[in-house]
Design a protein around this ligand. Sequence first.
Ligand SMILES: [Zn+2]
Length: 295
Amino acid sequence: MLFSTRTLLLALATTALGHVTSPRRGRCAQDDPSESNIAEMERMAEDARLHPMVRVNASNATLELDIYFHVISTGPSVAEGNLGNGTLMNQLNVINKDYAPAGIKYTLRNVTRTVNAAWYGVTMGSAAEMAMKKSLRRGTYRDINVYFARLSGGVLGWCTFPEVNPTAHMRTRDGCVVASQSLPGGIKPYNLGRTLTHELGHWHSLYHTFQGGCTATNDRVEDTPAERGPTYGCPKTNPDTCTGARFPGVDPIHNFMDYTDDICMNEFTPGQVTRMFQAFARMRGAARGGYYPQY
Ligand SMILES: [Zn+2]
């Protein structure tokens, strides 16, 4: 989940279970991963350590995924939240460009447009979120649904993590909700379409690069340097908040899974790419064009 930095201190994040948690700072206040999700991340990290072929295969593999866009607004004009086809195509091009080095390609299958004031102001974990998704979601658990809405409280978006045995509720809720003003041409500094790039990383199972802070496990990906907390803006001097022999490397401020400005983000690590392919094979099933060995 993404928050804009300007208003995030006032925002209260609600988890998937409906609990109100303490205010979270940052671009994003993603759902807390479930216990089963964390356990699966641990198993995948162990697989990657034990089987170098996991990494090799992921680097040579491709995933071709179907994506569905749902535009929510209060009326037909752009001022009312509607998004033109050109803006949607620009957004699609951004995610395809950002994920091309990872071998992941998104094909837009359909666009729906819905006028609904309650859904336009949707909040995470709300009845409106489920009503919207029950009505609009298309495809299976391996297909991506993105809902563009105004959101509120400085929220820029949220996605669901994959689960090993998703319930019917999880399958309906699966997907990403993204602020309409974050698409290309939106409001600076989140105006290059990378809110969706970041959120899709969560859909593909990735945690924030600063998850866990300066700990050995941190974000459960071994080649993302540990980071004490999120980085904002785009610092000219790269911070290094976890130091010492246990924590090599400077903070990954250019990683898509940090909180920096759109213009500052430009990479996933090989370990994150491996994780996305592992997670897809184990939790979302085979994709068209995709090949990945099961362990
Ligand atoms: Zn996030």
